[in-house]
Design a protein around this ligand. Structure first.
Ligand code: ADP
Ligand code: ZN
Length: 751
């Protein structure tokens, strides 16, 4: 009987397609093949092979490509990802598969040459020089040899043609040298040493006393209905461990020891970080500990380098990768640990294409590979915290800062009584504190989570407010760029000289502050101090931004003004004062995680202070010092905050006690989007334990010219959310015209 294969194509298609296997070709699951698709040829992966008489009626596979097959664990991850997120399986595959043609194309092969021992046909002076250098028989790069001999490259080429030099392709230089787990072991504090012992004991349980049930289902809360079984053939399940330590406690030092342990056992380590935290500072710190920098993986890595990292990882030659979330899809041959640093970061959630949460996917990959996963944070997500208290995850704690350093003292500035002067945004008490700090030669950080100059611009004469033409957002003035910019779609227009509505000249007024406006105020207050403004739209891109972060770390500036990106895991040893300009910003949003997010962010940013020799303090400008989030921050009582927040979530049936999914319907026409949303709602037929809310116009009702409506699905924990969604979508209205329905399981953003 002929063989038939199911081929999954890395396009937004939900299922694999059947193809016949031509005579003489044997295919195995995971093989990367070329296939005809419509009028063209494309690439796919063998997802299944069976014997079937239908084979004769099918189009045939063109051939197998000479690339490594997609390994079992990655295929399992793709299946899991698609099933969980409801993304088309082909889209999930696209994240794990590189297409051969975009790969190492044009990889410059380095040619090495050495003397063959044959004399040259025509010994010129130049040729003699080259052969004199090459006489030692060593292999050299072609141009290196020409340079050393002081001749042009053509002389070397001539000798190769002649046969006097023999040329071979050299292996490219390694993308990462092997890290030495014993290069420079840092003396640990007693608490750190204990944490390392605990961590390593949990990662490598002695078979006899290993708890088999205590850890339970290692999947993230909310994932239980799908794929809960342990992979066959494994005795103990590798644990997921929450490494919780206050800011400055040395979590990095501790998980480095776990990574070292893994490397010593000949296994590979993956350290995931929010992209922007992947700084030279971190890589240097790694190099101090392990002797070499690790391989890095993020959006700035070029195609050739990506290819080589992929190959090195697949061959098991690269021992440690530090990467952003997409590193989860690298073909590790023998993964021994995944560390997710700053696990609570919302940046781990991908918000377009396949809506996946890299932290949760790390736990899934860990389960598939049966390798331990370490989630590190000073302010764990509620989900992770609940998993840890309920015993699904293990817990290792570092309750104190390293070296006897204290956590910063945090005090509120009550903006109702201690107001800034008219037209300014920094209260007198904070100005005085900055003055003291910089006078002592220390650094101050002023934190405001708003990019640009002013979040809103209006005409003083007619009241016209400048709005994006593609989105329902106010345009943000960026004075440096002399533009009004939409932070949603990037649309930018010149800041007009006269009002576009009423024509009044020079009467536009900025409302509220962004970091650029704070910079202006600081420049006027401290004209002779060195100020750096840091936000994600930093001119010069991510590389410049990383360099600036380095400058701050080295003490090369007095006052830093920054958005949330300065809060994320950076270590600024000279920083002793943090001023939060508007602690209340995040509290009013309708997001169910508003309190958690605000608490985490403020705790992180105030935790930047006093990480060096000197103690730190933080001043927090707020209109509501009695708000539970602000009160918990001021009292330093994180435990209480978590308790109350967890109780509130439980009472409201919110994650992780219930499950959420969002359907975002969008279309070029508002009425069409709304009608489709309503038709979906009518088809929802929610069973017991399921609630469907909406459609409601999204808070961001218009984005990039598309009108948006949201439906929210809320279920009890025990409900199989994915099956429900699948059935609903299947019986729901057909998607027509330019209507799009995006499905977001476990939504993190509610905009
Ligand atoms: P966290 O990630 O918990 O905020 P880090 O790992 O960044 O903390 O450590 C905070 C600071 O303390 C860093 O500058 C780090 O180098 C230093 N540190 C932590 N542990 C040690 C140690 N055992 N020996 C020397 N320095 C340490
Ligand atoms: Zn816009």
């Amino acid at each position: 009987m002929p063989s038939v294969t199911e081929i999954l194509i890395p396009l937004a298609l939900d299922s694999a397609y059947s193809y016949a296997v031509p005579a003489g070709l044997t295919l195995a699951v995971g093989d990367v093949v070329q296939i005809p698709l419509g009028p063209r040829e494309t690439v796919g992966v063998v997802w299944g092979v069976r014997e079937s008489p239908a084979g004769s009626n099918l189009r045939a596979v063109t051939g197998r490509l000479d690339v490594p097959p997609l390994a079992g664990p990655l295929r399992e991850l793709v299946d899991w990802l698609a099933r969980y997120t409801l993304a088309p399986k082909g889209s999930a595959l696209a994240m794990a598969l590189r297409l051969p043609d975009e790969a190492a194309q044009g990889e410059t092969v380095r040619i090495g040459v050495r003397a063959s021992g044959k004399p040259p046909a025509r010994p010129t002076t130049a040729r003699t020089k080259v052969l004199a250098v090459a006489a030692d028989g060593a292999m050299r790069g072609k141009s290196a040899l020409a340079k050393e001999a002081g001749v042009s490259l053509s002389v070397v080429d001539g000798l190769i043609d002649d046969g006097a030099l023999e040329a071979t392709a050299l292996a490219p230089e390694p993308v990462a040298l092997p890290p030495d787990p014993d290069h420079a072991r840092v003396p640990l504090s007693e608490a750190q040493a204990q944490a390392v012992r605990d961590l390593i004991a949990m990662m490598n349980p002695a078979p006899a006393d290993a708890p088999t049930d205590a850890i339970g289902d290692p999947l993230p809360e909310g994932t239980a209905p799908v794929a809960t079984a342990a992979p066959p053939g494994h005795g103990e399940k590798a644990p997921t461990i929450l490494l919780e330590g206050v800011t400055g406690s040395g979590k990095t030092e501790v998980y480095f020891e776990a990574v070292a342990d893994c490397v010593r056992r000949g296994r590979q380590a993956l350290i995931l970080m929010p992209e922007i935290a992947l700084t030279a500072q971190f890589l240097d710190r790694f190099a101090e500990r392990f002797g070499v920098r690790p391989a890095t993986w993020h959006s700035g890595i070029g195609a050739k380098r990506r290819e080589r990292i992929r190959a090195g990882v697949a061959a098991g030659e690269i021992a440690v990768v530090v990467g952003a979330r997409s590193a989860l899809f690298l073909p590790f041959a023998k993964l021994g640990i995944i560390v997710v640093d700053e696990e609570h970061e919302a940046a781990y959630k991908q918000e377009d294409g396949v809506h996946y949460h890299a932290r949760d996917m790390a736990v899934v990959r860990g389960r598939i590979e049966n390798c331990p996963v370490v989630l590190a944070s000073a302010t764990p997500s509620i989900e992770t915290r609940v998993n840890a208290t309920r015993g699904r995850y293990r817990h290792v704690g570092l309750p104190e800062r390293f070296g006897g350093r204290r956590l910063p003292d945090i005090a509120a500035i009550d903006m109702r009584s201690d107001k800034p002067e008219r037209g300014s945004f920094i209260a007198p008490a904070l100005i005085a504190a900055v003055r003291e700090t910089v006078a002592a030669g220390d650094q101050a950080l002023l934190f405001l989570n708003r990019r640009g100059y002013a979040p809103l611009t209006l005409c003083r004469a007619c009241g016209h407010r400048y709005q994006c033409r593609n989105c329902s957002t106010w345009l943000v003035e960026h004075r440096f760029r002399k533009a009004l910019v939409c932070h949603q779609c990037g649309h930018a227009e010149r800041r007009p000289e006269s009002c576009s509505e009423c024509g009044t000249f020079d009467n536009l007024t900025p409302c509220g502050p962004g970091v650029e406006r704070i910079a202006e105020e600081v420049a006027a207050l401290f004209p002779d101090k060195r100020v750096i403004v840091l936000s994600s739209d930093f001119p010069g891109g991510a590389e410049r931004l990383r360099a600036e972060l380095q400058t701050v770390a080295e003490g090369g500036c007095d006052i830093v003004i920054g958005t949330q990106l300065v809060a994320k895991g950076h270590n600024f040893p000279h920083l002793t004062l943090v001023g939060v300009l508007d602690a209340d910003i995040g509290l009013t949003s309708g997001d169910p995680r508003a309190a958690e997010r605000t608490f985490q962010l403020l705790q992180q940013v105030t935790g930047r202070a006093g990480r060096g020799e000197k103690p730190g303090r933080a001043l927090v400008q707020t209109f509501q010092p009695e708000h539970p989030v602000i009160a918990a921050l001021l009292s330093g009582d994180a435990a209480r905050f978590y308790e109350e927040e967890i109780a509130a979530r439980e009472a409201a049936g919110l994650p992780p006690f219930g499950r959420l999914a969002a359907l975002i319907v969008s279309a070029n026409d508002r009425a069409v989007a709304e009608a489709h949303g309503q038709a979906l709602a009518r088809a929802s037929e929610p069973p017991d334990g399921v609630m469907v809310l909406g459609p409601a116009e999204a808070p961001l009702a218009l984005v990039r010219g598309r009108y948006r409506f949201r439906l929210l699905v809320k279920t009890e924990r025990s409900v199989d959310l994915q099956s429900y969604l699948r059935d609903w979508i299947a019986r729901g209205p057909k998607v027509r015209g330019n209507v799009k329905v995006a499905i977001d399981v476990d939504p993190q953003s509610f905009l």
